[in-house]
Design a protein around this ligand. Structure first.
Ligand SMILES: C[S@@+](CC[C@H](N)C(=O)[O-])C[C@H]1O[C@@H](n2cnc3c(N)ncnc32)[C@H](O)[C@@H]1O
Length: 229
């Protein structure tokens, strides 16, 4: 395979399937059942609710995890939801939660790497990447394809881009590595600290402008709106 097509290699999706194991997912599932969506997800949901128009009726949640964004938007009867997930453990947990909430038939599930599925899935009004970009090595492909497929609003949650937050991410990765050695785990979660300026340049290049942003201690939550066709 030549370099220009390297993003079509499925190794990233396969690696993510191994990283987000049953053990990691069941902990997250337990946390979600007890506390609901994380703070950064709650902010993302409220920003989308604030800025979306009533014509925005399709949502695609990429790297949806347990599916907290999908579940929140199913409160609106008119909205159709697609979730895309590389991890089979997360897909199973997300389906279990949707059945528990009586919403299973209202969500279309797509198992795999969004970079491979983007063309087949096509555009949606609202697109979400909630804590996903930092798990994926090829930012340009993931963010670019998501932005191209955004008809109205794209919402992202990424780690804040400062020396302190970069150092924190590196130490977290190191501690996961050490934990992996002791647990003889084959693959440990890997973080990619993509620069915010690179992410925003890609989004802008695809015809979207920043509409709103907020921060928590660790995360930056931002919403972009299509300004050019
Ligand atoms: C840290 S988890 C976040 C899950 C959820 N969005 C949340 O905030 O709780 C990142 C998820 O993104 C998924 N993911 C990362 N890159 C992806 C891609 N290119 N296509 C589909 N899923 C992806 C991973 O499998 C993982 O489940």
């Amino acid at each position: 395979m030549n370099d220009c097509c390297s993003f079509l290699d499925d190794s990233n999706g396969k690696e993510l399937d191994k990283v987000f194991t049953d053990a990691i997912v069941s902990k997250d599932f337990e946390r979600y059942r007890k506390h609901g969506p994380r703070k950064s997800s709650r902010i993302l949901i409220s920003l989308l609710e604030e800025h979306r128009s009533t014509q925005d009726v399709s949502l695609c949640d990429i790297g949806s995890g347990i599916g907290s964004i999908a579940q929140a938007f199913l409160n609106y009867d008119a909205i159709t939801v697609d979730v895309v997930e590389s991890s089979s453990a997360y897909i199973t947990a997300s389906q279990e939660e949707a059945s528990h909430q009586g919403n299973r038939s209202r969500i279309a599930y797509h198992h795999g790497d969004y970079v491979h599925l983007a063309h087949e899935l096509g555009p949606r009004d609202l697109m979400c990447l909630d804590r996903v970009i930092c798990c994926y090595p090829n930012m340009d492909s993931l963010v670019g394809l998501s932005a191209v497929n955004t008809k109205s609003l794209l919402a992202i949650v990424i780690p804040r881009d400062s020396i302190f937050h970069r150092a924190l991410m590196k130490s977290l990765y190191l501690s996961f590595k050490i934990w992996g050695i002791f647990r003889t785990s084959p693959v440990v979660p890997r973080f990619y600290v993509h620069r915010i300026t690179d992410i925003e340049d890609t989004i802008k290049w695809c015809g979207l402008d920043r509409l709103a942003s907020k921060t928590t201690f660790f995360w930056r939550i931002a919403v972009y709106q299509r300004s050019q066709p």
